[in-house]
Design a protein around this ligand. Sequence first.
Ligand SMILES: [Fe+2]
Ligand SMILES: [Fe+2]
Length: 374
Amino acid sequence: MNRIQTDTQHEIVRQLVMAASTAALYAIDHPQVIRLCNAAHSSIKAAMGSEAEIVMLAIGDELIMAEIPMKGSYYSEKLARLLKARGIGHLKILQPVTLAEIRQLIVTISRVRPGGVDARSSENIRYGTVEVRHSDVTGRDIAGFEDLLEDELATLVNTFERIAERQPFEVSGITSIVSGFVGAIRNNFNPLLALVPLRQMDEYTFTHSLDVCVLNLVQGMSLGIEGQLLTEIGLAGMLHDVGKIFMNASILNKPAKLDDAEMAHMQQHPRRGAEYLLSCPGIPRLAVLSSFEHHMQYSLAGYPSMHSDWQLALPSQMTMISDIFDALRTRRVYQTPKDFERIESLLLEKAGVELNPSLTRNFLKVMKRLSVEL
Ligand SMILES: [Fe+2]
Ligand SMILES: [Fe+2]
C-alpha cells in the first residue's frame, strides 16, 4: 500500500523515534513515554484508515515505508538504524493494531529491557529479522543522549530561560532529565560523547552546565553512588554556576583577564547562586551547597572565604573537578582548548591544594578509561 501521504509517513516515523528515544532514557511507563506512544498509535491508526497494513523495511541507513524510500530525513535514518541494530529488517503493522502493541514495539526498538532484543511478533505487529552482527547489539547504538530529544531540550532551554530571568523554576523537569542521563550511561552509552554535540548548539553557560552535570554523574557512578543522591549530584553540577546570571554581563563576557574590582564582583556568583537556589522550591540542599562552595578550593583558599574548619560537601568537591576539567577542555575567547595530557598534569598539580586529591585521581582514571573506549 502506498496511499499514505509522505508527510504523514514522516510524522509517524518521527513519533516512533521520539517515543523510542524517550523510552531508552526513561521507563516505558513514564508519562512522557506514555504520551508519545499514544500519539504514535493515533497517527498510525489515522494514517492507515481503511488500509490493511503498513510495511517498513530497514535497508542500510534507509527506511522504506509503504514502498517509498524516505531519503534524507534524520528520523527515518535513525529508525532504520534502530531497527537494524535490533535485528529487525522488516516491520509490518496490521489493522487493528492496539496501543499495547505499539507500546511493545517502542520497548523493542528502544531496547530498554535488560537482556537485549525482544522482537517477538504479536497479532498485528510482525517482525522480519535480518542477520545481526554482535557489535550491533552491544548497546553502543542505543538511543542515547547524543540525540537529546526535542522535548527534553525544550525543558532544559525553558529552565535556563527562567534562570536567566531570575525567576524560580520547576526542578522536576530537569531532575527527570538528569535521571535519564544516568539511565543512558548505565546502558553503556559513553558519556564523553554527550559533551560534544550540545556544545556546538548552544552558548557556553548552558553547555558548561550540562557538561558539569554529566561529569559529576560519571564521578558519582564510579564511586558506586546511586539513586536520589546520584541525581542530586548531577543536579548540583547543572546548577553550580546559576549565580552568574546576577553578574554584570560585560564583566562575565570580558575576553581578557579581569582586574581586581571585576574579580571581586565575579567572586560573588557562588553566594548569589546559593541564595537564588534557596528561593526555588524543591532544590536539593546539595545543589545549594555546590553553588556556594564550588570555588572555595580543597584548601579553603578560594572564595567565599570561610573559617578554617569549614567542611566542604563531597558533591561540591566533585563539582570543582568537573568544573575545572570542562573549563580547560573548552575553547573560549581567551583560551584554546587543552589536550588531555596537559589537563591531566594541570589537575594533578591542583590535587591536594585546590582539588581533593583522591577524587582527582579517581576522576582522571575514569576519564582515561572512557577516552580509550571512544
Ligand atoms: Fe563558578
Ligand atoms: Fe563553572
